[in-house]
Ligand binder design. Structure first.
Ligand code: FPP
Ligand code: MG
Length: 337
C-alpha cells in the first residue's frame, strides 16, 4: 500500500474513529459472549487480524452523509452501530468459508482458519460468525434489515455457487463474470450504504442513490482485487498471489488476455487454467504486460468510477460525502498501473 493510500484511509479512520471503536467493541463482545473454549482460540485468531472495516465505514459515512452528526444516544445511531457490526461479521463469515472453498492458506497476513484448524472447524466457525450477526440484528429488533441482509447473503452464496460451477471454464463471458462479481461483492457494499442511509431516515431517493453508489464501489473493489491477484506487490495484498489461476477462476484480467493472445499462446493459457498451474503466474503476467491489458482494464473501470462519482454528486455537500469519495479513490488507487 502506498503512503498516499495509507494517508487516505487514516483520514477516514480519524473521521469515524469513535464510531468504529464502538463497532469494534460490539463485534468483540458479540463474538465472545458465551463462546466455549473450543471456539475462543479461533475467535481470537480472527479478531487478531481485523481487516480494513470498509463495510462498516460505508454504512457510517452513508448515515452521516444523509443526516449529519447525531448524539450517540439517538436510537437511529444505535441501529447504525448494530448494522455496521453485523455487516462486518457477515463479511468475516464469508471469508472464512471462501478460504475453505479456495483452499487458501494466508489471509490478512496470517494463516487462515482452515489452514490452522482444518476445513471442518472453519465451516462451523463461518456459520457461528454469521449466526452472531443475525443475533445482533434480531436483538436490536431490526426485522426489515434482517430480510435485506438475508437476501444479500443468499445472493453472495449464489455468487460462490456460480463461481464454482464456472471453474476452469475458459470460455466464460464477461457478462457472466460480472454477474458473479455483483453477487459475491457488490451486493454487500450496496447493502452497507443502503442500510446506513435507511436507518438515518433519509428519503427514498437518497437511499437509492447511496445503494447505487455502494454497488458501483463493490464492483470496483472486486475488479481491483482480481487485478491485484496478478499484479499485487509482495506484502500489499496480505494473501497469496495467483490464486485465481490455481482455482481455474476466469477473472477479468484473464478474460482480456484470452481474447488478445495468438492461437498458440491462447492454447497454452487454456492448459495453464485447466491444470491450475500457479507456477506459470510469471508467464501469464508477462503476456498481460505485453498485451497492455492494464489500459483496457482502466477503461473498463472508468464506467463504474463515473457512475459512482455521479451518484455522490447528487448528495448534499458534506465532509462525509467527501469521505465517501475518498473511499472510492482508495479502492481505485489500490491499482498502480
Ligand atoms: C472472496 O472472493 C469472497 C467473497 C467476496 C464472498 C464469499 C461468499 C460466500 C462464501 C458465501 C457467503 C457465506 C457466508 C457464511 C455469509 P475471492 O476468493 O475472489 O477473494 P479473495 O482473494 O479475498 O479470497
Ligand atoms: Mg478466495
Amino acid at each position: 500500500m502506498s503512503i498516499f493510500q495509507k494517508h487516505k484511509l487514516e483520514h477516514i479512520y480519524y473521521l469515524v474513529k469513535p464510531d468504529l471503536s464502538r463497532v469494534e467493541i460490539a463485534i468483540k463482545a458479540s463474538l465472545k459472549t458465551g463462546a466455549s473454549l473450543a471456539a475462543l482460540p479461533m475467535l481470537n485468531h480472527i479478531l487478531n487480524a481485523p481487516g480494513k472495516r470498509i463495510r462498516p465505514i460505508l454504512a457510517i459515512l452513508s448515515f452521516y452523509a444523509c443526516i449529519g452528526e447525531v448524539s450517540s444516544e439517538d436510537p437511529r445511531y444505535k441501529k447504525l452501530m448494530d448494522i455496521s457490526s453485523a455487516l462486518e461479521l457477515i463479511h468475516t463469515a464469508s471469508l472464512i468459508h471462501d478460504d475453505v472453498i479456495d483452499n487458501a492458506m494466508i489471509r490478512r497476513d496470517q494463516r487462515t482458519i482452515n489452514a490452522e484448524w482444518g476445513n471442518e472447524a472453519a465451516v462451523a466457525l463461518g456459520v457461528y460468525v454469521y449466526s452472531v450477526s443475525l443475533i445482533l440484528i434480531a436483538r436490536a429488533g431490526l426485522i426489515s434489515i434482517l430480510a435485506d441482509l438475508s437476501e444479500t447473503v443468499r445472493l453472495m452464496c449464489e455468487g460462490e455457487l456460480f463461481q464454482l460451477a464456472d471453474r476452469r471454464d475458459v470460455d466464460l463471458s464477461v457478462d457472466r463474470y460480472l454477474s458473479i462479481v455483483e453477487r459475491k461483492t457488490a451486493v454487500l457494499f450496496s447493502t452497507a450504504c443502503f442500510s446506513g442511509a435507511a436507518v438515518s431516515g433519509a428519503s427514498d431517493d437518497t437511499i437509492r442513490t447511496l445503494q447505487s453508489f455502494g454497488r458501483e464501489l463493490g464492483f470496483l473493489f472486486q475488479l481491483t482485487d482480481d487485478y491485484l491477484d496478478f499484479f499485487g506487490k509482495d506484502g500489499d495484498l496480505k494473501k497469496e498471489l495467483g490464486q485465481d489461476i490455481e482455482q481455474g477462476q476466469m477473472t477479468l484480467p484473464l478474460l482480456l488476455l484470452r481474447d488478445r493472445l495468438s492461437k498458440e499462446e491462447s492454447d497454452q493459457l487454456v492448459q495453464i487454467i485447466r491444470e491450475g498451474r500457479k507456477d506459470q503466474l510469471g508467464w501469464v503476467v508477462e503476456r498481460m504486460q505485453r498485451s497492455d491489458i492494464s489500459t483496457e482494464y482502466s477503461q473498463f473501470m472508468s464506467g463504474y468510477i463515473s457512475r459512482a462519482t455521479e451518484s455522490l454528486s447528487t448528495l448534499p455537500a458534506s465532509r462525509y460525502r467527501d469521505a465517501l469519495k475518498e473511499v472510492l479513490d482508495f479502492i481505485v488507487e489500490r491499482i498502480v498501473y
